[in-house]
Write a protein that binds this ligand. Structure first.
Ligand code: OAD
Length: 231
């Protein structure tokens, strides 16, 4: 079995972290163009840092939930057979015990120097005057992928999708590319594809099956059923 799992904001919703596109979600409170694009950062770095500083604080105060823990349990039970790809910039998968997490949209808890590419652990509060510890230039930014930028580790993800026998999308609306295209790639390669979500997403028809409900309920149950199949 080779299982590729894609997670989105819905898996962290019950840990108290907001999703983007649900009613009251982050993109109804903030203008995506202003806080999640390189152009927005160039226009108003204070605003962008304030947005990510607040999200970093929320993340630090949150704890992993039963869904994060179930995925860590799956990885531990099936060593070398699980690739966990997340669009989330929180660190809840790692804190739940998942080891090999691909954070394709980057990490809130890391800082990046836009000039020299150096990365380091983000302080709780970042500001436009922060200097890179390596090159000393004031060009620091959150190490997150903004709209218009290329997500991280796409080659590793493509290789995992190529060999996948099972693909699961958990808590993602399927509205952001390239992650929205993963189910199509996995299916083309013959993987059995399931969606675990509070409701059917726009991509629902692409999946062989749905497990509808809160992640803390449907994810542990799905992991149990996979492990019962014998791994
Ligand atoms: P969205 O906010 O677009 O979608 C969240 C999904 O989670 C929806 O389909 C909800 O129905 C579902 N959901 C909500 N609560 C849930 C729960 N308790 N259990 C299970 N499912 C639940 O978030 P993403 O799909 O992750 O990118 O968004 C993808 C990307 O868009 C993000 O990584 C971010 C955003 O703009 C960047 O910032 C680059």
């Amino acid at each position: 079995m080779q299982i590729v799992i894609l997670t989105g904001a819905g898996i962290s919703a019950e840990s108290g972290l907001g999703t983007f596109r649900d009613a009251g979600g982050l993109w109804s409170q903030y203008d995506l163009e202003e806080v999640a694009t390189p152009e927005g950062f160039a226009r108003n770095p204070d605003l962008v840092h304030a947005f990510y500083n607040a999200r970093r604080a929320n993340c630090a105060a949150a704890t992993p939930n039963a869904a994060h823990r179930a995925l860590a349990r799956l990885e531990a039970a099936l060593p070398g057979q699980v690739t966990l790809v997340t669009q989330n910039v929180d660190d809840l998968h790692a804190r739940a015990g998942s080891r090999a997490v691909i954070q394709m949209h980057g990490a809130l808890m890391r800082a990046l120097c836009a000039e020299c590419g150096h990365r380091w652990p983000a302080p709780a509060t970042m500001s436009p005057t922060d200097r890179c510890p390596a090159c000393r230039r004031a060009a620091t930014r959150p190490d997150v992928v903004w709209f218009g930028e290329i997500p991280y580790r796409m080659d590793d993800i493509a290789a995992a999708l190529d060999r996948a026998t099972h693909f699961a999308a958990i808590g993602t609306s399927g509205q952001v590319w390239p992650a929205a295209g993963f189910v199509k790639s996995a299916r083309r390669n013959g993987a059995h594809c399931v969606e675990l979500n509070l409701e059917r997403s726009d991509l629902a028809a692409m999946f062989h099956a749905q497990h509808i409900g809160p992640a803390t309920e449907v994810v542990p149950a799905w992991v149990d059923s996979l492990l019962a199949q014998g791994g």
